[in-house]
Design a protein around this ligand. Structure first.
Ligand code: HEM
Length: 421
């Protein structure tokens, strides 16, 4: 079940629902709102949040017109059930972009995301000088389609904005892992944007809009496009994926040690993992199942039962050989093999055509959400990279880690408590 603040809502529902528990940021401001809004004409939007698109009513999760509220104690797009399409993009701040200008950018992006998730066009006031993009009507005829826009901050964001001292120790760059074949140009980044929707046209348009609004402050570093199966269950290897995920809320940060800007937030690891599908497709089905440790048809563990039956990692055949192979993916990835390490996997498939050698450029945009990558993704990937049977059919091509600030209330913007703290 989606959390109350992220479920589908009628567009004319109270946009501030779910705001309880957020720390007030008033009184901690250092960057004045006047500075943030100077020249941008954003003042009229600063108190935004009133839903005006009364025509957009949600008829259920599957309908294109469904609206996911932007505001809440955590950003939408973490607990939200995955949409059918995603655009992931990382941006790098420009050399002249300091803390105040980064704040202005995040205010602009936040305001734009508020409007877009409600199915409204971005107000012309947000556009860079000379732009008449708001008049093209590109979204006429489109509905929000459960659009969520989620923003994250990379480790380098803090140095570039003079906030090095505020960077959490948890947000250290990821280590390299054996067999990584990373492309630095498509890894890392100062800022992350995750755009999910049930309409690929909407995700493409929103990315284009945010890129335009970043004009002069941040440049696109990389972008990736992903999708889910209609029922959201299988990946391109044909496996049922996501079965043994923990309760999604476990990825959220709370507690006295969490800085106010991260409360209700999370950390996300992104890995573009190419699948060697042409090789995979030649394997006997039983071998493919042993590599994973689960049945292809219904996702049940090889130790029996149905998809949700707990795996019996101790089960052995009469000859003493373990039923779940010693190097099976689900054995090596399991919390029991990694001192209890867990993460919430919310991944997307990708297929970007063929490579020069004719093989598919396809696989998984693996996304792992957690409260601390040092006790989540990192130890598990260290284990998997040293012998996971599945790894033979995978190539890790890109890598990134971002802190995802908590949610916003109307009139606020993402990471405000950090940038004005
Ligand atoms: C393309 C790469 C990958 C594929 C195709 C894949 C596929 C799967 C599948 C089909 C399952 C079983 C169903 C489920 O519980 O979701 C699974 C389980 C799991 N995977 Fe992966 N996976 C990949 C990469 C990774 C990576 C990089 C990690 C973490 C570093 C990871 C961590 C896990 C975990 C924690 C489980 C649950 C294990 C358990 O407790 O049963 N996977 N994966």
């Amino acid at each position: 079940m989606p959390a109350a603040d992220e479920g589908v809502a009628d567009a004319d529902a109270d946009a501030s629902a779910g705001q309880t528990g957020r720390p007030a940021t008033a009184g901690r401001r250092r960057v004045s709102r006047r500075t943030l809004l100077a020249g941008g004409g954003l003042a009229a939007l600063a108190g935004g949040g009133t839903v005006t698109a009364a025509a957009l009513r949600s008829d259920g999760r599957a309908t294109a017109s469904a609206v996911i509220p932007f505001h809440g104690p955590h950003q939408a797009g973490i607990l939200t059930p995955r949409q059918q399409h995603v655009r992931l993009a990382a941006f790098d701040l420009g050399n002249r972009t300091d803390r105040g200008r980064a704040a202005a950018l995040l205010l602009r992006w936040t305001s734009a995301a508020e409007h877009l998730t409600r199915g409204e066009a971005v107000p012309a006031e947000l556009e860079p000088p000379g732009s008449r993009a708001a008049e093209t009507g590109a979204l006429d005829g489109s509905a929000p389609a459960r659009l969520t826009v989620t923003f994250g901050l990379g480790p380098t964001f803090f140095d570039r904005t003079g906030l090095t001292a505020a960077r959490p120790a948890t947000l250290a760059p990821l280590p390299s892992f054996p067999e990584d074949q990373l492309d630095p140009a498509r890894s890392d980044g100062d800022l992350l944007v995750q755009i999910g929707a049930d309409d690929a046209f909407v995700t493409a348009h929103v990315l284009r809009t945010l890129q335009r609004l970043a004009h002069g402050e941040a440049k696109l570093r990389w972008a990736m496009t992903g999708f889910t199966a209609a029922d959201g269950r299988r990946n391109l290897m044909g496996q049922i994926d996501g079965t043994n995920n923990p309760e999604p809320a476990r990825a959220l940060l709370n507690g006295p040690d969490v800085p106010p800007w991260l409360e209700g937030g999370s950390y996300v690891v992104i890995r573009r993992i190419r699948m060697l599908l042409d090789h995979w497709d030649t394997l006997p089905p039983t071998h493919r199942e042993q590599v994973l440790g689960r049945r292809a048809a219904d996702g049940a563990p090889l130790t029996g039962g149905t998809e949700r039956t707990p795996v019996d990692l101790a089960a052995a055949r009469p000859d003493g050989v373990p039923v779940i192979a010693a190097n099976a993916h689900i054995r090596l990835a399991a919390p029991a093999s990694n001192h209890g390490a867990t993460m919430v996997r919310r991944s997307w498939s990708f297929h970007d055509g063929l490579r020069a050698d004719g093989t598919p450029d396809a696989g998984l945009l693996f996304m792992a959400w957690q409260s601390d990558p040092r006790t989540g993704f990192i130890p598990v990937q260290q284990r998997l990279s040293r012998g996971d049977a599945l790894a033979r059919y995978l190539v890790h091509e890109t890598s990134a880690l971002f802190a995802v600030p908590g949610g916003t209330r109307p009139g606020g913007y993402v990471a405000q408590a950090l940038l004005e703290g």
